[in-house]
Design a protein around this ligand. Sequence first.
Ligand code: ADP
Ligand code: SF4
Length: 665
Amino acid sequence: MRDPRYDVLFEPVRIGPVIAKNRFYQVPHCCGMGHAYPKSIAAIRAMKAEGGWAVVCTEETEIHHTSDISPALEGRLWDDSDIPAFIKKTDAIHQHGALAGVELCHNGLHAPNMYSREVPLAPSDTMVDWGAPINARAMDKTDIANMRRWYVNAAKRAQQAGFDIVYVYAGHDMTLLQHFISKRHNQRTDEYGGSLTNRLRLFREVLAETKEAIGDTCAIAVRLCVDELLGKDGLTAQGEGYDIVAGMAEEPDLWDVNISGWENDSQTSRFSQEGYQEQYISFVKSLTSRPVVGVGRYTSPDTMVRLVKSGVMDLIGAARPSIADPFLPNKISEGREEDIRECIGCNICVASDNTSTPIRCTQNPTMGEEWRKDWHPEIIPPIKTREQFLIIGGGPSGLEAARALAARGCDVTLAEACEHWGGRVTSEAALPGLAAWGRVRDWRVGQLEKMSNVEMFLASKMVADDAFSFEAENIVVATGSKWQRGGFNASTILTPDDIMAGNLPGLAEKIIVYDVESFYMGGLIAEKCALEGANVTYVTPVAMVSAWTVNTLEQHRIQKRLLELGVNIICHQEVKPDLTLSCVFTGVTQKLECDTFIPVIMRQPLDSLWQELNQHADAGSKTIARIGDCLAPTTIAGAVYAGHKFAREFGKIIDPDISPFKREH
Ligand code: ADP
Ligand code: SF4
């Protein structure tokens, strides 16, 4: 039964001509699918609607072929031929009583038009800011008239496709309408440039004309960046961000407000807490009678209630929390708050979009598999005949396999060598800023503890004889991995595992962190050692610190943090076994003094137990499998997925010659 304190979250909210059945609002978010995977994306949106979100929006949706941001995969409503794919989405959303929203967008100088080969458009002559070293040209009056018509025509197509909420989008520093508003991008001297009134003109015209065209049946939402965190160089919540909302307060049917660019809007938990946008957007409601939606990785129903009651927002916006748990609203409604699978703020989902690949999520292994594998986040088919499993290793992979197998009705025993659950997640969550990652462990352990068909044992290191004498029908080895020490000739070599185990170098020591992996670990170890007071040099063969975190939108912040901590950063250098640095281009070498060398190169599977068990496979168990990092070290998302996949597909005959999922053609 629902806690009456949360009733306020289930009040309906009028948005122009439509009514949201509650206050849970899935704001527009990308899925790395867009126009290329329409069935998959429709299934994702349907799942959110089924999970109780009152409003389910699309990803950004290009209105015209001059807004082509290939190779990024976003929605397209370029012409009428695009409508049928969107009808599938709106039908799927409506089936569960939710409203469907579409984030119409022209990307302006952010659209390199690599596919359409049109000349990019911008308020003023400038370089395209992404994807190609080419110019966008300044729009003339004809272009502006065309743009207004394109927007209205796309809005009409959206209405035809069945959308209830249509966005006029000026956010993330990725949209033409924001480019016109922005002093940085708009150097025009006509009535569309100069004063804020002039810079706002196109935005206002588009809003008014969209409303005029479809406002009888569709709510017209504005998505606006109110602060760019650039001080006087950008929009601010005390400056022009404020003035825009004050001046246009009643013009849209809904204000969807956030901070810009995307790296500010989708900050990771390493750099920000739940509610990190509140201080910037809280002024909006005092200026308008229209409903306001905002985001900030909200997963706590108590915080949501406070936001509504204190007048910060009317609708609780969520992208990532709705990805990690599409059923978050229903769980609150049913009094099952403790079952919410909370987003950990890792941005693996964002990385999918940034690599133009279908979305995946660390916490929700079914994300992206709804259509192609028919996976439902809350329902897993029971196993045909009850089986018994011994799972060795309680990291993300073992925990998820145990949970999902038990949910299928199997009898599960889980044995973990350490005195705590979580494996690498527990070690990594103790590093600076990563505490929220512990949710991967906490949610799974919480679920497992409620299941009567599961037995869990800590401090139980298993050897092959233990495993066989247990006489389990099936053994699953999920013993993880360890960081390689490498063949370096240093007086002291420590690995990330050593550092995470508390073996910290002495304060005054000269430390080299050599990062070949280039994800988060190398940068984090350098940060941790610098925080301990060590003299740290970070060396990498690539061009920047933690290079792959460009995809999680963190790279800039990570490098800034290391620089501020005084870490010496050396790029484009390989470290030879004798610790000589060698330039990757010229081979010129240099020597660095070092007391402790920390290689962050790659992890190796800890699979000796599996090897041993496999050698005696005839000793009783029907199956012996290995999953997760002990098969091949991967991301935490990959390890959770491996556990889930194993459980979901156990007993299914898999033909290795055939693709294991449906494909979109
Ligand atoms: P994954 O990401 O694949 O889940 P982790 O390294 O996070 O891998 O977790 C592996 C877990 O397995 C660790 O908690 C580790 O302590 C545990 N483990 C390793 N070997 C054994 C063993 N022989 N018996 C029981 N637990 C083990
Ligand atoms: Fe949250 Fe990470 Fe899942 Fe994205 S991938 S929704 S940030 S848990």
